[in-house]
Design a protein around this ligand. Structure first.
Ligand SMILES: *Cc1c(COP(=O)(O)O)cnc(C)c1O
Length: 231
């Protein structure tokens, strides 16, 4: 292996897997129960191919155009859509996404269901909890999330995978992830198969794993500083 970037990514990936395994063991959990979603947004397609060669199977993206391009370049990878999704992009995302983590409105449920049905495929969906009910940040408030989960479960072309959350800057991630775990349990009581808890980013993934995260979404701790800002 002579590609220095691939060597760098390999070192980073080994360190990250060790960090995930440590956090899992400290929480009395099996490291194999935690899926690493490598958040490749704004990194080049070449990095996605390098990660695929290193055994990464799941990538996270937050913009439709970029995600579509990477899905086409690496069709063996599962693409997780983790950013805010506008309804007019639902048809596109439903073609290539393995899972949409950021569903926060009934309109989006309807649009994704219609689009997935048209493609003849089943799309996994997580409903996103808003910790501060700020409509600009994405996510649905606590009071609305169970009904949103019910709507996903009732949508023929969607599969309710679970819940997702992004702690607002400046808040205590432990409190947020604890709240998310409570919401996940509440939704699981009605929909037992909705076991996914998408929680944890570079700065706080051990805390998320302590609070039951099944999918950690890691960008900078794996790939380094993002080459360009998102939005
Ligand atoms: C960018 C992004 C991440 C990854 O963030 P890092 O701090 O780089 O690990 C995770 N989740 C979402 C929703 C994101 O937009």
């Amino acid at each position: 292996m002579t590609d220095p970037r691939e060597q760098w990514l390999e070192t980073s990936l080994v360190r990250l897997h060790a960090g995930i395994a440590d956090a899992a063991r400290q929480a009395g959990r099996d490291p194999d129960d935690i899926v690493l979603v490598a958040v490749t947004k704004t990194f080049p397609v070449a990095d996605v191919l390098r990660l695929a060669a290193l055994g990464v199977r799941d990538i996270g993206e937050s913009r439709d155009g970029e995600a579509r391009q990477k899905a086409a370049a690496a069709p063996e990878l599962r693409v997780h859509f983790v950013g805010r999704l506008q309804r007019n992009k639902a048809a596109s995302v439903a073609r290539y996404a393995h899972c949409v983590h950021s569903v926060d409105s009934l309109g989006l449920v309807t649009a994704l269901d219609r689009a997935a049905d048209r493609r003849g495929r089943e799309l996994a969906v997580a409903v996103q909890l808003s910790f501060d009910s700020d409509p600009d940040r994405g996510g649905a408030p606590t009071a609305d999330l169970p009904a949103l989960a019910d709507a996903v479960a009732a949508a023929p072309a969607l599969r309710l995978a679970g819940v997702m959350g992004v702690p607002p800057v400046g808040t205590d991630p432990a409190a947020c992830y604890h709240q998310l775990a409570g919401m996940a349990a509440r939704i699981r009581a009605v929909h037992p198969a909705a076991t996914m808890i998408s929680a944890g980013m570079s700065a706080d993934y051990p805390i998320a794993i302590r609070n039951g995260a099944t999918h950690v979404r890691i960008g900078s701790a794996l790939l380094g500083a993002r080459p360009s800002p998102v939005r």
